[in-house]
Design a protein around this ligand. Structure first.
Ligand code: ZN
Length: 411
């Protein structure tokens, strides 16, 4: 009994601390994951490729546990497709196909209007041209014989949203290419803090979307250059819609054909999808913007849909030689910069770099690391640098690094 009381006192003390501690730090964020449901199973795109990627992107944020609801194949009996939307904070649509049962459609409408979150991903805005409420939920759609009867074209002109009602088809794109995305709403939680203009990896630039466009906010556009067979218009790429109490994030980005899924590897696509999903699920965005977000004219890709660990980066560089892609070198520099705190965090990074220098990896990578150490290196590095000074292939860069770390120049 005494022991139990003692345990109780200890537990109270420990948990008491936990209860007090978060109030001292800034806004405690619930780590309980939000539940997300991806709907997939039919598409004119490679849904078997894109759905696992979307799942991984959401899970990599650390904010979601993800289930997948797969419909029967095209033309098969859909009558039993009845996912329970109410269990989820966000439903991600990676679906462009046959109609759902009436009960499922009504359930989805009720879920959204009652406050559910939705992410409309790329070709999901091609789906269900005849389902009126779905088109209100997605805001804008394309193809599927949509035209002026379905609503205006929505473009960005002279710093504001413009609705064009003239007649014409909905949905087009020129050949895939990399293009700049321009943020038009810099205060929305999803886009706040992103570079105003950033380079998106090769993708279809969805154009001429039209639809009800009610309660629609344009977050970002892209210019569909006529030189790339585009419309010459600033077309909406990232949007939000409200439907009843529901929040919808619509991304026209992320075309998935055959692997590799270049548009989905773009850090800009990954990060805006994660932020959009969090906003749709909760109304706020708590995620930080990574340092390696694409810039005005520089692409940034995560082939694993997340930032690489240092061992992964170094493993990619094990056999590096001039002429190989420099992406891997840039990954290393980005990693070092992002982890440079002048203290313990960087000391660990430096230790791994020094291990690499001692190993059998590529000489060119070693010299690249020595160049980085000339900027970031500490006294911890000196013994190994002095060893490398004795080896012909690394002597020059080792001397360079030693001089800059110690501030003692030999000539
Ligand atoms: Zn596409």
């Amino acid at each position: 009994m005494k022991k139990n009381i003692l345990s109780f006192i200890i537990l109270t003390a420990v948990f008491g601390l936990f209860l007090i501690a978060p109030s001292c730090t800034k806004s405690p964020v619930s780590k309980a994951p939000n539940r997300a449901l991806i709907i997939t199973g039919q598409n004119n795109h490679n849904w078997k490729g894109s759905t696992p990627v979307l799942k991984q992107i959401l899970e990599n944020s650390g904010l979601f546990s993800v289930d997948i609801a797969q419909t029967p194949a095209t033309g098969k009996d859909m009558s039993k497709f009845k996912p329970d939307f109410t269990k989820y904070q966000v439903v991600v649509l990676d679906y462009n196909g046959d109609s759902w049962p009436e009960e499922t459609k009504k359930g989805f409408e009720a879920y959204v209007s009652g406050g559910g979150g939705v992410v409309v991903y790329h070709a999901a805005d091609n789906s269900f041209p005849d389902w009126k409420e779905y088109n209100k939920i997605i805001g804008l759609g394309g193809w599927g014989d949509r035209n002026e009867k379905d609503g205006p074209y929505v473009r960005w002109r002279n710093d504001s949203i413009v609705r064009d009602t003239y007649a014409g088809r909905a949905g087009s794109h020129g050949p895939q290419h990399a293009f700049q995305v321009t943020i038009r709403d810099t205060t929305h939680p999803i886009t706040k803090g992103l570079p105003k203009i950033w380079m998106h990896s090769q993708d279809e630039l969805y154009s001429e979307l039209r639809g009800p466009a009610e309660n629609l906010t344009i977050l970002a556009t892209a210019f569909a250059d006529t030189a790339k067979k585009g419309t010459g218009q600033h077309e909406p790429m990232l949007m939000t819609v409200t439907y009843g109490k529901g929040r919808i994030f619509h991304t026209a980005l992320g075309h998935a054909g055959d692997a590799p899924y270049e548009a989905m590897e773009c850090v800009g696509f990954i990060v805006t999808t994660q932020r959009g999903a969090e906003w749709a699920a909760t109304g706020v965005v708590t995620q930080e913007i990574p340092e390696v977000f694409p810039t005005f004219n520089v692409l940034s890709k995560w082939p694993l849909f997340r930032t690489l660990t240092l061992p992964e980066i170094l493993s990619n560089l094990k056999d590096y030689k001039p002429g190989d892609t420099r992406y891997n070198l840039q990954d290393l520099t980005n990693y070092i910069r992002a982890n440079y705190d002048g203290g313990e965090k960087y000391a660990k990074v430096e230790k791994s770099l020094l291990e690499f220098l001692k190993g059998t990896g590529s000489v060119d990578t070693k010299n690249y690391i020595l160049k980085e150490l000339s900027v970031f290196g500490t006294d911890q590095a000196l013994p190994i640098l002095k060893e490398l000074l004795t080896k012909e292939e690394t002597a020059e860069m080792a001397r360079y690094a030693i001089e800059r770390i110690t501030g003692q120049f030999t000539n």
